[in-house]
Design a protein around this ligand. Structure first.
Ligand SMILES: [Ca+2]
Ligand SMILES: [Ca+2]
Ligand SMILES: [Ca+2]
Length: 294
């Protein structure tokens, strides 16, 4: 696995290892499923989880021409009109941006789309966890009888859904958008309205998902942007007091030999983020012992 210059410099200088968290992608980069009384059509692009370069981390994808979403029998359920997305680790923090358009065939159609999960090597603690999310949904009536898009799930559930960690939904935006014959209308919501908000709990992964029912024969464009504030993680500072000290060393010794999944494993002590606390992690802590986190 490639390492960034900033990490290497921190090691050379013998200071505590402070890293800007570099996310890794998991699974499909973008996956969409269309289901109606006609059938189900699914489409996905897959990436190597290591495709997100930790030193210039960005994955970008553009769908240039429409893709029919069909059943195995060849019946058209819907069309993915376009799709543009990128996942990046910028100076502003990890970010997942998705824009796509769909057209339902001749039945009301449920669309569910999700991005890959972005996994961070170390847990971002609640005190440092700040996020922002925005969603825009634009509906066009293509057949003159009105159109709407409705978030799936309980009434009021948003079409655009942010998860942090990837198993915990933390934001629902734009529950319902409707337009009369021949028109186009957009709904937009931001969480928070400006800047970032406190998440209130730890997270180690982010996911972006969109799910809605679109009226037959109509068109919907969805745009959503999910980001977290950049956090410099001070690896080794288990008790979060800003210094690599005796308490941290004690914990490192107690947990030596434990791996991810063990009750004793804490990723903040895992200097090489390989999922186990071994001698190289102890040696990382010893070389940073006594230093302060910025
Ligand atoms: Ca219509
Ligand atoms: Ca400490
Ligand atoms: Ca390790």
């Amino acid at each position: 696995m490639r390492r960034c210059v900033s990490i290497a410099l921190a090691l050379i200088m013998g200071s505590c290892v402070v890293i800007a968290e570099q996310p890794q992608l998991s699974g499909a980069f973008f996956w969409i499923q269309a289901t109606s009384s006609i059938g189900t059509g699914t489409w996905a692009i897959w990436v190597d989880p290591n495709d997100l370069d930790p030193c210039a981390p960005m994955v970008e994808y553009d769908l240039m021409s429409p893709i029919p979403l069909s059943t195995s029998g060849g019946t058209l359920v819907a069309t993915l009109i376009n799709c543009n997305m990128y996942v990046q680790q910028s100076s502003g923090g990890p970010q997942i941006t998705v824009n796509f358009g769909v057209a339902a065939a001749n039945a009301n159609t449920t669309f569910t789309a999700r991005t890959a999960t972005l996994n961070l090597p170390h847990t971002i603690r609640a005190a440092d966890a700040f996020i922002r999310y925005s969603g825009t949904v634009t509906v066009t009536d293509a057949n003159g009888n009105g159109a709407n898009a409705l978030g799936t799930g309980a009434i009021g559930t948003g079409i655009c859904r942010a998860f942090a960690p990837a198993t915990q939904r933390i934001s629902d935006l734009v529950a319902f958008v409707a337009v009369s014959g021949g028109g186009t209308v957009s709904g937009n919501q931001n969480d928070p309205q400006f800047g970032f908000r406190a998440l209130g709990h730890d997270y180690k992964s982010l996911k972006n998902e969109m799910s809605f029912i679109l009226t037959a024969g109509d068109v919907c464009f969805v745009s959503s942007d999910f980001g977290a504030m950049q956090v410099d993680v001070c690896v080794g500072d288990f008790n979060d007091n800003g210094v690599i000290d005796q308490a941290d060393l004690t914990m490192q010794l107690i947990t030596l030999g434990s791996c991810e999944g063990d009750a004793n494993y804490h990723d903040i002590l895992d200097f090489d983020a390989d999922g186990c606390l071994m001698l190289q992690d102890l040696s990382g802590l010893l070389s940073a012992f006594g230093t302060s986190c910025p």
